[in-house]
Ligand binder design. Sequence first.
Ligand code: R2B
Ligand code: URA
Length: 325
Amino acid sequence: MERGRPPVRQQGLTEGSCHPELCLSPAPAPAVPPFCPVPPAPGAAPGAACAPAVPCRCLLALLTPFTSSPRSSGLVHIKNPHLETMDEDVLYHLDLGTKTHNLPAMFGDIKHGMGIPSVSIMLHELIKLLHHAKCRDVTIIRIGTSGGLGVEAGSVVITDRAVDACFQPRFEQVVLGDVVVRGTDLDGGLVEELLACSKAVPDFPTLVGHTMCTYDFYEGQGRLDGALCSFSNEKKLEYLKRAHDAGVRNIEMESTAFAALCGLCGLRAAVVCVTLLDRLEGDQIRASHEVLHEYQQRPQRLVAAFIRRRLGLCAATGNTQPSSD
Ligand code: R2B
Ligand code: URA
């Protein structure tokens, strides 16, 4: 979050400071952002900003708010009656507050760690931030990495269903000592839209499939290489094949909580993750740093194509690869 700069809010987009990989227009960036969906102006010097006609807009990596929808007022609703009674709401992990910051005028860069607890904390505060900032018709996309299941490493999986480690579309949370089970529905239209956008980024495979979300990277994902392992290679493969038969194409650690929380708060949500390896072939991620770096940019490139399309900046041609210089 940049402080002290006069920000201009525009339907959930922030003017003034560019996220380097999702820049949509001119910005005082030191170099052309790798995946700027707007091409540089004709004749512009290398490193120059993007096409000048469009005002500078930036999007959070995880968040793509859009403007037009017939859905009610489009405002983000907080499903917590207690919030209304609070004089001030301090978003502790974001270091923001409704009294200390002009939230409708600000927009933030959100950092989070790994797994459900981290994404849950981040989302509670992000969704409240969207509410306080009066954002409308928000579309939110989780992008990240995952382990593939029977798919080529580097494939991008658009999640049609987020399932738990028993392949069920549910997220279980203990609330006041009770296990509360929440659904994990994602927006089907968004899945189709993202898949259509994958035509603009044809240099890696993109597919739709179920995503399995686990509470652990090692035993929880059937890995043999953790500090602790309580099963055989045969049992591991039997489990992963059952997951594959159930439609699972990748495994990660946030999607069920993300889908449940966004769904309950009325946000249109999608999950787009690249696979770093095929878990039917092994547990260790052995691709080189360079290869992994390029893989990690793939979901961003697909989502950048999606944003371009939503903003009507869509070129019929494919996205450009990041240059290495
Ligand atoms: C994917 O990668 C991380 C674990 O390495 C975790 O955040 C996830 O979901
Ligand atoms: N992230 C995961 O959660 N699992 C993998 O196998 C790779 C990345």
